[in-house]
Design a protein around this ligand. Structure first.
Ligand code: CUK
Ligand code: CUA
Length: 658
C-alpha cells in the first residue's frame, strides 16, 4: 500500500515536472533529466525510502534549516549547534575546553575558563551533559543556553546573541554532577542535580562513614537575566540522602514550582569488589525500587530566604532535616535502576524509565498532591516521607528493553529511548488533553544504530512540543560509517515522526567525532536572533557593551610606563596598525585590538608565536590580552583568517629587545 502510494506520488511529481518542462524547455532536455534521477537512484541502489529521506533532508545551497539543535559535546567539553533537517554542523560553541579557532583560552576566554577553576585548581576540560535553553512560560525563548559538566560539577552560561560562553560556575560543594542543567519555566533557576555522593565541600571522610558523612545534593542557581549571569549570592543547595541523584526535570504548568529527580543507589553501596563487597554495578542494583525525588522548590526558596540554611564553602545549604521539617522533599518508589525523569508538556505527568525494567512508569502530579495531603505514612531511613507507588502511579507502559529517556510531541505521543533494544518506542499518553482514545499504550518502535542514550524531539521538553523530528543520540555506530580504526564516531540519527501512528523513518545519519553527546534540545530557528556583527565597533563580548579601552582609528600606538607597555591596535582588511611593536625583555604587555569591520563574516585572527596568543576578533569586537615578555627575539604575528586577497600581508613584527 505504502509502495503504491509512493510510486503514485513520484509519478505525479515527474508528470508535473515533465509538463512544466515541456512548456519552458525543449522536450528532449526534460526527458534526459527525468531519466537521470531514476538512473542515479538505480546506480546507487537507493530504495523508495532512501529517496524520500533524501527529499526530506537535502538542503540545497542557500536554503536554511528550520531548526537548530544544541547538542552536548560530551567529554570534548563543548556544545554543538546543528541545523535540522540537514544535520549540518553550524558551530562548535567553546565552553569548558580551550578552542583554537575561536581563540578561546589563548588570550581570550581565559577569565571565563578560570572562573570555572575547581576550588582554585585549573581544570581545562569538561564532560558536558545536558544543555538547557532558557524558557519563558515553559517555552524556549532563544536567549540563553546552559550546560553542566558532569566530570567537575560545573555549570556554564552561553549567550545566544553571539553563541559564546559568558560564565562558568564551579559548585564548591561537589566534584561531580549529572542532573544539570535544567531550567524552571521562566528560567528563574538553573537546576544542577548531583550524582555520586560525597562529603560536602572538599572534606575527607572514609567510605565506612558513608551513611552519615556522604551527602546527596541538588543546587538551584539563580539566573539574573539582566546581568546574563548566575548570581551565586541568590543561589542555594539542598542536602539529600546519599543516594545517587541522577537526572532532574522542572515541573511545568500545573506542577510549576516543583522539581523531580530520579535516583539510584538507595542501597548505599560503596563498592569494594575484591574486598568482599559486591562490585558497584551489582551493589547499586539490588533493590527492586529506588526513589523518585519530589522537591517543592517554591517552599525551598522561602526556607533559603528565611536564612534557615548552613554555609558550606560559601554556599547556603538547606540541611536534610530542615528540608524534611519544612515539607520540601518527598519520595515515591520507582522501579529498577531508573534513569531520568521527564515531565509531560502539561506538567500533569512525570515519566520514569527503569533501565532494568521493560516499562515506563507514569506518575500523576495530582495524585502526588493528594497523597501528600492525605499524609504519608512511611519514611526512608533518613526520615524523608515516602508516598506509596500505588497512590501516585497513573500508568505503566511496556515499551521494551533498557528504557532511558522520554520526550513528547504535539500529537499526544511520548517517545522513549531503548538502550538494550537499540530502538525508540512511541507510546500514547492516555490522559485528558493527549490521546485518551488510545489509552496508555505502545504504538510503534523503530530500530536505531545503535545503543541509543538520549533522544530529542523538536521543542520536545517544552509546554508546546513541535514534534516533526526526533534525533536519537546513539553511543555506538559500529557498521554505519567507513571504519576509522578502533575508535568510532557516535551516530546522531534524524527520525521523521511527523506522521503519527506506526510510521517513523530514519532519514539521516550524522557521525559526530568529538565526545559522547548526551542530551540535545531542538529549537525553532526563527526563535534565535543572533547578531550579524557586534552592535558597535569596540564591543566587548564579555560585558556585551562598548569597551572603554576600545581603540579608535588614530589612537593606535605603543605607550610605555616603566616596565608596563600598552599596545593599542586596530585591524581592518588587510592591515594591523601599528605594524611594529618594539618592547624590551621583562616588560609586562597589555595589548588591545579592535576589529573595525562592519561587514558580516569579516573576522580577523591574530597570533603571536611562543607566547601562546591566538585570537579570533569578530567584526566590531575588541579584545585585550596580557603577557610578560620573558623572551627576547623577533616574533612575527599574522592574521589567521583568510580575510582578503592581501591576507598574507596582514602581519607585523613584535621586536623584544634583550
Ligand atoms: S545521561 Cu547520557 S544517556 Cu549522562 Cu543524561 Cu542518559
Ligand atoms: Cu585579516 Cu587575514
Amino acid at each position: 500500500m505504502k509502495k503504491l502510494k509512493f510510486i503514485f506520488v513520484i509519478a505525479l511529481v515527474i508528470m508535473v515536472a515533465f509538463s512544466a518542462g515541456r512548456f519552458f524547455f525543449p522536450q528532449k532536455d526534460v526527458e534526459a533529466r527525468s531519466s537521470g534521477w531514476a538512473q542515479i537512484a538505480d546506480e546507487r541502489g537507493l530504495t523508495e525510502d532512501d529517496i524520500r529521506a533524501a527529499m526530506m533532508t537535502y538542503t540545497p545551497s542557500g536554503m536554511l534549516d528550520q531548526y537548530v539543535m544544541f547538542a552536548s559535546g560530551g567529554h570534548s567539553g563543548q556544545v554543538f549547534a546543528i541545523g535540522l533537517p540537514s544535520m549540518r554542523l553550524l558551530r562548535t560553541i567553546a565552553v569548558f575546553t580551550p578552542e583554537p579557532w575561536q581563540g578561546y583560552g589563548y588570550g581570550t576566554g581565559n577569565d571565563i575558563l578560570e572562573g570555572g577553576n575547581s576550588l582554585g585548581a585549573e581544570v581545562m576540560w569538561g564532560d558536558s551533559h545536558h544543555p538547557a535553553l532558557s524558557e519563558t512560560d515553559g517555552d524556549y525563548d532563544g536567549q540563553w543556553l546552559f550546560i553542566g559538566d558532569k566530570a567537575n560539577g560545573r555549570v556554564a552560561v552561553i549567550d545566544l546573541r553571539d553563541f559564546e560562553t559568558k560564565q562558568i560556575i564551579d559548585n564548591p560543594l561537589y566534584f561531580n554532577d549529572h542532573g544539570g542543567t535544567f531550567v524552571t519555566p521562566n528560567t528563574e533557576y538553573v537546576i544542577e542535580g548531583g550524582q555520586y555522593a560525597q562529603p560536602l565541600g572538599s572534606e575527607y571522610a572514609p567510605l565506612d562513614s558513608y551513611e552519615s558523612e556522604y551527602k546527596g545534593l541538588i543546587t538551584f542557581w539563580k539566573f539574573d537575566r539582566e546581568a546574563g549571569r548566575i548570581d551565586e549570592s541568590q543561589s542555594f543547595a539542598m542536602e539529600l540522602p546519599p543516594y545517587w541523584q541522577d537526572l532532574c526535570d522542572a515541573g511545568k504548568k500545573v506542577s510549576e514550582g516543583w522539581v523531580f529527580c530520579n535516583s539510584i543507589n538507595t542501597e548505599l553501596a560503596t563498592g569494594g569488589a575484591g574486598k568482599g563487597q559486591p562490585p558497584f554495578e551489582a551493589g547499586v542494583s539490588q533493590n527492586t525500587t529506588d526513589y523518585l525525588h519530589m522537591i517543592n522548590l517554591k517552599a525551598a526558596e522561602e526556607v533559603f530566604k528565611a536564612g534557615n540554611t548552613v554555609e558550606v564553602e560559601g554556599m547556603q545549604v538547606i540541611p536534610l532535616d530542615v528540608a524534611v521539617q519544612n515539607n520540601l522533599l518527598y519520595f515515591a518508589p520507582e522501579p529498577r535502576s531508573p534513569h531520568g525523569v521527564d515531565v509531560a508538556p502539561g506538567g500533569e505527568y512525570m515519566v520514569v524509565a527503569g533501565k532494568l525494567d521493560p516499562h515506563v512508569t507514569v506518575y500523576s502530579f495530582q495524585k502526588v498532591m493528594d497523597a501528600i495531603a492525605a499524609g504519608p505514612t512511611e519514611t526512608d531511613v533518613y526520615g524523608v516521607p515516602v508516598l506509596s507507588l500505588e497512590s501516585v502511579r497513573e500508568a505503566e507502559v511496556e515499551v521494551g528493553l533498557g528504557p532511558l529517556h522520554t520526550q513528547f510531541d504535539n500529537q499526544g505521543y511520548a517517545y522513549t529511548s531503548l538502550f538494550l533494544d537499540s530502538a525508540v518506542a512511541r507510546w500514547s499518553l492516555g490522559g485528558e488533553g493527549y490521546r485518551p482514545e488510545d489509552g496508555w499504550k505502545l504504538q510503534a518502535k523503530i530500530p536505531v544504530q545503535y545503543n541509543v542514550g538520549h533522544i530529542a524531539v523538536a521543542e520536545g521538553d517544552t509546554v508546546a512540543p513541535d514534534g516533526a523530528y526526533l534525533v536519537a543520540l546513539n553511543k555506538w555506530s559500529i557498521d554505519r560509517f567507513l571504519s576509522t580504526g578502533p575508535l568510532l564516531p557516535q551516530n546522531l540519527q534524524l527520525i521523521d515522526i511527523s506522521q503519527g501512528g506506526e510510521t517513523m523513518q530514519v532519514i539521516y545519519d550524522m557521525p559526530i567525532t568529538a565526545g559522547e553527546p548526551h542530551y540535545a534540545q531542538i529549537i525553532k530557528a526563527d526563535k534565535l536572533q543572533p547578531w550579524d556583527v557586534y552592535p558597535e565597533v569596540g564591543w566587548n563580548p564579555i560585558t556585551q557593551s562598548v569597551d572603554p579601552n576600545a581603540v579608535a582609528p588614530g589612537e593606535e600606538g605603543v605607550v610605555r610606563d616603566g616596565n608596563n607597555v600598552t599596545v593599542k591596535m586596530t585591524a581592518i582588511r588587510s592591515h594591523f596598525t601599528p605594524e611594529h611593536v618594539e618592547i624590551k625583555a621583562g616588560d609586562h604587555v597589555v595589548w588591545t585590538i579592535t576589529n573595525m569591520e562592519r561587514a558580516r563574516d569579516a573576522t580577523h585572527g591574530f597570533s603571536i608565536p611562543y607566547y601562546n596568543i591566538n585570537l579570533s576578533i569578530e567584526p566590531g569586537e575588541t579584545i585585550t590580552f596580557e603577557f610578560d615578555a620573558t623572551k627576547s627575539g623577533v616574533f612575527s604575528w599574522y592574521c589567521t583568517e583568510f580575510c582578503s586577497a592581501l591576507h598574507l600581508e596582514m602581519m607585523g613584527y613584535l621586536l623584544v629587545e634583550p
